[in-house]
Design a protein around this ligand. Structure first.
Ligand code: CP
Length: 330
């Protein structure tokens, strides 16, 4: 469970101002200053990309991208980030081609093998806690968690926080809605951790009853520096939110299609009418994507829709910054 993973996080090193060589497994490793450090560098990375400036910051570095679960954005942006900085990638996207899955090799052995070839490992895996296990297995290179089951997705949170910071110039005093599959959304689980590093943040969690955050996680978050209100209807969305963060129902986390379809029938979808009724003109609408029934395409042209604009682009800039820091090149 997520809590079982949480309890073992004490084996992880805090970033504490020094990213070099550190595993990035959980957002619990970050402080507010660590977040600001990435942001400062991400701004430079953005200029570099927009200016199409050649860069050799990661020249001589090879990063293994081991994706045991499908991905467009996280895989694509990590691959682009390494290449934009002059490094190289070793890319495994089909787990059937990996011996650990196909021939019965242990996960730990697989990690140690790819560690031998690379300077860092970026891992996505369907099992909660897999990133921590990989970090404990790799002796010499850092492991970056690109999403482990329904547990955490810390690098998504860096880009989500950066998107909020770009728009509002702060990460304090923000009120927002996080909607959808709170139980299974690793992006919500990490974003809650991220926002709790700052002051006076309030989150309205909108989800079907069966997809509420599990009670232990809710209590854990409530013990932190963040105010949480659980709601079950769009009618309870306050009109002064700075952001809406919509997430899909996570089909791959359900045991049966029947159970998934039951939840889909209860999902919430952002439409122009919903925005008109409950959203301010100043807010932004975010979605980690993919959107599966989360946001009507009619909303895309709205100036508040950032999910296919700055939010997705910020994934590249922030991952460039994070890689440069972890690999000791910044
Ligand atoms: N947001 C996100 O993790 O998307 P992918 O699954 O496409 O990487």
């Amino acid at each position: 469970s997520q809590i079982a993973v949480e309890k073992t996080y004490d084996t992880l090193a805090m970033i504490n101002g020094d990213f070099k060589g550190k595993d990035i497994v959980s957002f619990d490793q970050f402080s507010a200053d660590d977040v600001r450090r990435i942001f400062a560098l991400a701004g430079h990375m953005k200029q570099l990309v927009l200016g199409k400036e050649p860069c050799q910051l990661l020249a001589g570095q090879l990063v293994s991208l081991l994706f045991f679960e499908p991905s467009s954005r996280t895989f694509g942006s990590f691959a682009a980030a390494v290449k934009r900085l002059g490094g190289q990638t070793l890319e495994i996207q089909n787990p059937e081609t990996v011996s650990s899955v196909n021939k019965g090799e242990t996960f730990e052995d697989t990690i140690r093998v790819f560690e031998a070839y690379s300077d860092a490992i970026v891992l996505r895996h369907p099992r909660p806690g897999a990133a921590l296990r990989a970090a404990e297995s790799a002796e010499f290179v850092p492991v970056l968690n690109a999403g482990d089951g329904n547990n955490e997705h810390p690098t998504q949170t860096v880009l989500d926080l950066y998107t909020l910071y770009e728009r509002f110039g702060r990460l304090d005093n923000l009120t927002g809605v996080m909607a959808g599959d709170a139980l299974n959304s690793r992006t919500i689980h990490s974003l809650m951790r991220g926002l709790s590093l700052f002051e006076n943040n309030t989150v309205y969690l909108l989800s079907p009853e069966k997809l509420r955050l599990n009670r232990e996680d809710l209590n854990m978050f409530r013990s932190r520096n963040i105010t949480i209100h659980e709601i079950t209807s769009e009618r309870d969305i306050p009109r002064d939110c700075q952001y809406w963060y919509w997430t899909r129902i996570q089909k791959e986390r359900f045991d049966s299609l029947t159970e998934y379809n039951e939840m889909v029938a209860q999902r919430f979808t952002v439409t122009p009418a919903l925005l008109a009724e409950y959203a301010s003109q100043e807010m932004i609408l975010m979605d980690p994507l993919p959107r599966i029934g989360t946001i009507d395409t009619e909303v895309d042209k709205d100036h508040r829709a950032v999910y296919l604009r700055s939010q997705v682009r910020n994934g590249l800039y922030t991952r460039m910054a994070l890689l440069a820091l972890v690999l000791g090149r910044a």
